[in-house]
Design a protein around this ligand. Sequence first.
Ligand code: S3P
Length: 172
Amino acid sequence: PARYTLKKTVVLVGMMGAGKTAVGRAVAAKLGAPFLDSDAEIEAAANLSVPEIFTRDGEAFFRKRESEVIARLLDTARCILSTGGGAFLAQGNREVISQRGVSVWLNAELDLLWNRVRHKDTRPLLRTRDPKATLTALYEARVPLYSQADIAVPCDPALSIDAMAIRVIEAL
Ligand code: S3P
């Protein structure tokens, strides 16, 4: 794609397993822009992993940290910012993101998401008796919110991370 100068921070949103971190990193590399990840920022500040934070302090605590990190990062440099799957759910977060950034929903189908997350133990919300049913319920509840993003980019499982990154850049 042609050179693209970032006018605003590009905020990747969408379900866990959509590829926000991997695609975000590739978009940043192609644009020569800094890459930041809200989960990684929260982990670094707490010196704990996301599952550890959920276990020790609970989801509400994590959501507070997440809102603070997103507001702070949007205040600083223009960058590519990948967020956790829950970041676009709170209205306050959506407002901050839409005022100061451009939101991009990586829209992946449920089967793809499930195939990507099923073998991992890094998603505390899926530590339930029936993680597939939990993922399905989260998906159905969240799609109406993700669809409020400025831009939606469909995830094609046949595309590489680089090819997905190009799709995102072309949609900006
Ligand atoms: C969450 C998604 C995770 C992480 C936390 C909660 C969610 O991020 O923030 O486990 O609510 O969907 P990823 O989307 O990067 O997995």
